[in-house]
Ligand binder design. Structure first.
Ligand SMILES: Nc1ncnc2c1ncn2[C@@H]1O[C@H](COP(=O)(O)OP(=O)(O)OP(=O)(O)O)[C@@H](O)[C@H]1O
Length: 577
């Protein structure tokens, strides 16, 4: 039961204060639920008493009271009345029980939503390096699966477990009051097999959790690689290799799921068998020791009622505890939320101006875990309105330099100034408002051209005049006018319906739409046809109006022709050409 203690501590540490207050309400509702369960169970007893006991009206004052209040004339009427009352009690108990389940589930599942959003925010704060070094499938698993399992298995699981313990304690208490021998028999027959089974399943549940938590992102990675790499996979004849990898992942996952299903369903069978053992013991001894078969039947009836309620209770406890064991891995994933629940200091934001220059001062950069610096003691000033071309051999550090200029990577040494303001956490948001970044692979959503240019804006907020203007500046208007739906044409996932050059020009249009002061452009290296190449070059050239600053990683001589300055990035540092 160490896992239960660990989980409760973890939940209390990770929960924000407002949710802790809700947790108290949830705990109270669970207590109410337990009382209702007990009332439901207790409501069966009067019916059984009338059915099984002779002269019940003489011995039982409670039933005699009901008999008199309703002016009944014989015992059969009492049986019918008690059955109707039993139905009403069970109905009410279940309606209230459902409402409690709804409240508790809403609480736990809303937590999963809040934690997913918080984790997303934490990862975003970790920044560029985190996303560059962490597989996207792991990120998705953590944000979606870990938080969902936390709410389902850990929060709801723990609550259910505690609820069942309360219910069970009440039942045991009342059975002890009613007939202590039955309780002893139940303890002797149910607990040992249950404990043996739990010990056996516990380790396996932890293992199964680890297997599926490890395999899910690997399966995701293999799936996505085979989908996005369709062309390469086909050409390289790697289709079967990929499918085999996916098959291996699926086989392991399916095996884990089968075991999980069996372990979740097995307790019912184990307990049912134990109860049958107890019934066999009662019958075997009862026929010899009890005075009549009616006495034996009464004992069996009582035992059956107790067993009927105890069995699902223990079963639910097992499912809950299996879930807790299986979600052991979540502790590490959600650990960052603990700190976050204590100090949620919003970053102070300051505005930045860009009227003069971007300036790198004595900057060095080395990737975490690497021995070789990409740059050492580099100085660079880019004036507002300049068009700067970055060139150099592959692996020299052009992209790294651009990422530093973009503020995605922080120099290991030295400083980066925008005008005379040091670029740090407080200014980064204001800086991002001033820049546009057109990557080699422009990120495009499966939406219309308009949605991709006015990225993130709602349809009704898109400024149509500005949209057409920027599309014209990016040399896209003619192409768009030839499309059946014009700017409302859907371009497919990752812009599959567009050429490489058109995608880059769409990226340029996006940067212009958001009125960027600086455009960073990583020119496509893929062989563009001469017309597309000229279109892009013309687009960029027509933009250089003395106000807009453009920094281009240039792969083509034609691009370099209209740059104000060319900087060669090489092993020796930055060389002005
Ligand atoms: N995340 C990373 N971790 C460690 N090293 C890295 C990382 N990213 C890049 N590097 C290394 O840093 C060096 C510079 O890489 P960078 O991508 O900046 O070169 P580049 O000039 O843009 O190359 P290309 O023209 O081929 O795109 C290379 O040696 C590369 O292996």
């Amino acid at each position: 039961m160490k896992i239960l203690y660990k989980t409760i501590r973890f939940i209390l540490e990770i929960l924000p204060s407002k949710d802790k207050r809700k947790l108290i309400i949830v705990a109270c509702l669970l207590f109410l639920n337990s009382i209702l369960e007990l009332i439901g169970l207790g409501a069966l007893l009067p019916v059984f008493s009338v059915l099984l006991e002779d002269n019940v009206l003489e011995t039982n004052s409670f039933l005699k009271g009901i008999y008199d209040i309703f002016h009944l004339t014989d015992e059969n009427q009492l049986i019918v009345l008690l059955s109707v009352l039993l139905l009403i009690v069970i109905l009410l108990k279940n309606v209230v029980g459902l409402l409690i389940i709804k409240y508790n589930s809403t609480f736990a599942l809303s937590l999963s939503k809040d934690f997913a959003l918080k984790l997303h925010e934490i990862y975003y704060r970790k920044g560029f390096s985190f996303f560059k070094t962490t597989n996207s499938n792991v990120v998705v698993r953590n944000i979606r699966t870990a938080t969902a399992q936390f709410s389902q298995f850990q929060v709801l699981g723990t609550l259910n477990f505690l609820n069942e313990i309360i219910v069970l304690s009440f039942i045991v208490f009342f059975i002890a009051l009613y007939n202590f021998q039955i309780l002893l028999l139940l303890i002797v027959t149910v607990i040992p097999p249950f404990l043996i089974f739990y010990t056996w399943v516990r380790k396996k549940s932890i293992e199964l959790g680890t297997v599926s938590n490890k395999l899910t992102p690997i399966l995701g990675k293999n799936m996505f690689q085979s989908i996005f790499g369709f062309v390469d996979v086909k050409i390289m004849g790697a289709e079967h290799d990929f499918r085999n990898k996916i098959k291996d992942n699926l086989e392991e996952l399916v095996e884990a799921d089968i075991k999980t299903t069996v372990y979740n369903l097995a307790p019912t069978r184990v307990i049912e068998t134990s109860l049958m053992l107890a019934i066999a013991i009662i019958i075997s001894f009862g026929v010899y020791l009890l005075p009549s078969k009616i006495e034996l039947l009464k004992l069996l009836g009582l035992f059956a009622v107790a067993g009927y309620r105890i069995m699902p209770s223990i079963n639910r406890m097992m499912i809950a505890i299996n879930g807790l064991n299986r979600s052991h891995w979540i502790f590490d994933v959600l650990e960052p939320l603990k700190k976050e629940s204590k100090i949620i200091e919003p970053i102070k934001e300051d505005r930045i101006t860009f009227n003069n220059h971007l300036k790198l001062e004595d900057v060095s950069f080395i990737y975490p875990g690497s021995d070789t610096p990409v740059f050492e003691h580099v100085n660079l000033t880019i004036k507002k309105g300049e068009v700067i071309g970055l060139m150099g051999p592959s692996g020299a550090g052009k992209t790294t330099l651009m990422n530093i200029l973009l503020g995605f990577l922080t120099p290991t040494e030295g400083k980066y100034f925008i005008d005379n303001t040091l670029l740090d956490e407080t200014h980064i948001k204001s800086f991002y408002n001033k820049i546009g970044y057109v990557q080699q692979q422009v990120y495009l959503i499966d939406g219309t051209i308009a949605e991709n240019v006015a990225f993130g804006c709602k349809h009704e907020e898109v400024n149509q005049v500005k949209l057409l203007d920027v599309l014209k500046k990016a040399n896209l208007l003619d192409m768009i006018n030839s499309l059946p739906a014009g700017i409302n044409e859907i371009i497919g996932e990752n812009g599959t319906k567009l050429s490489g050059g058109q995608k880059q020009r769409l990226g340029i249009a996006r940067a212009l739409y958001f009125e960027s002061d600086i455009i960073f452009l990583d020119e496509a290296t893929s062989a563009l046809d001469s017309k597309t190449e000229k279109d892009i070059t013309d687009s960029i050239q027509s933009l250089s109006d003395g106000e807009l600053t453009i920094v281009i990683i240039a792969h083509r001589m034609s691009t370099l022709a209209y740059c104000d300055r060319i900087i060669e990035v090489s092993e020796k540092g930055l060389i002005l050409k």
